[in-house]
Design a protein around this ligand. Structure first.
Ligand code: NAP
Length: 308
């Protein structure tokens, strides 16, 4: 196979940046990467991380996933509009009680996380079908498999992404196009900083006192603990994404964090949904000490390199 042309979205920071750089620095030079971002003023960290690969195996272009014209302009500028691997990564988060979120903000989140992906796929799929080859790689989340307290809207957007890809994958297969959902657990990026910053400023007067207390005093400290205990680096996720893209038979789903797998496995263990529901409820509201002890054990496993 010759050099594959890769387009990655959301490369100003985090996972997108790390994936673009990892592929551009592929040892066998198998990729030419178009690393895109909506605001080119933010290109500094990517340029620095790309180093020697910049303008050789990595080019930077503007692309806003919320704007069809921007997507078209970027793809039309590529030789033969060729995108062999699309990495749809751009995404935003949201945490907090539903009553405190505006419908406008919820729609904005779906516009990036779901419709951004839909717009991209609509643009690249016809060309991939014509070429009878391609790989659509989507940065989903474990929250696209298992909902989590106070992540209702974000989780809904990732479930939508999962349903969209799972349906599309069958048709794509007929045209020899592969589809992969990469499903990270917590990853230490700007994403985490932004959602916690929003959480600090959220107007909790829109909800009742009990919900506000659960969010502030239980959810936030637990969630931060989970990030520090189980959190992967964007480079770890990029390494695994590279493996998935270079695999002969890429999987439809790939969870990047082994330590998070027991949580998602609960769902498949009980089709009635009771098991994960009760497990999460007990973990959060009843067994504070068990929860902390479990995190302690996981932290130990993580340090021993179990999180590969
Ligand atoms: N961090 C986690 O814990 C985690 C876990 C599971 C899955 N994920 C998923 O991983 C993906 C990357 O997140 P991350 O953790 O790397 O967060 P991040 O560092 O905040 O990066 C998100 C990227 O998306 C870009 N973006 C937002 N809106 C965009 C738009 N309209 N058009 C183009 N780009 C846009 C951001 O650009 P700006 O700089 O311009 O805002 C940024 O480059 C997301 O899909 C996220 O849902 C993250």
């Amino acid at each position: 196979m010759g050099t594959r042309k890769v387009l990655v979205t959301g490369c100003s920071s985090g996972i997108g940046l790390a994936v673009a750089v990892r592929l551009a620095k592929d040892e066998a030079k198998r990729f030419k990467v178009v690393a895109t971002m909506r605001d080119l003023e933010k290109r500094g960290p990517l340029e620095k991380a790309a180093g020697d690969a910049l303008n050789k195996t990595l080019a930077i272009q503007k692309l806003d996933v919320c704007c069809e014209e921007s997507i078209k302009a970027c793809i039309n500028s590529l030789p033969d509009r060729q995108v062999d691997v699309l990495v749809s990564n751009a995404g935003i988060g949201m945490i907090g009680p539903l009553e405190c979120q505006s419908i406008t903000a919820i729609k904005e989140l779906f516009d990036v996380n779901l419709f951004g992906l839909v717009r991209l796929v609509k643009e690249v799929l016809p060309d991939m079908k014509q070429r009878q080859s391609g790989h659509i790689v989507v940065m989903s989340s474990v929250m696209g498999l298992q909902g989590l307290l106070f992540n209702d809207v974000y989780s809904a957007s990732k479930f939508a992404v999962e349903g969209f890809c799972e349906s599309l994958a069958v048709q794509a297969m007929k045209f020899h196009i592969k589809t992969t959902l990469v499903e990270p657990g917590p990853v230490i990026t700007e994403f985490e900083r932004k959602v916690y910053e929003d959480a600090e400023n959220i107007d909790l007067s829109e909800t009742d006192e009990e919900t506000a207390r659960i969010f502030r005093d239980i959810y936030l400290p637990y969630s931060k603990m989970v990030f520090t205990t189980l959190g992967q680096t964007p480079e770890e996720v990029a390494e695994q994404t590279h493996k998935v893209i270079t695999a002969k038979e890429p999987p439809l789903r790939h969870q990047t964090n082994r330590l998070y797998m027991p949580m998602t496995a609960l769902k498949h263990a009980d089709p009635t949904g009771r098991l994960p529901l009760e497990a999460f409820y007990k973990m959060i509201f009843k067994h504070d000490r068990v929860f902390k002890a479990t995190l302690g054990v996981l932290r130990m496993l993580h340090r021993r390199g179990g999180n590969k």
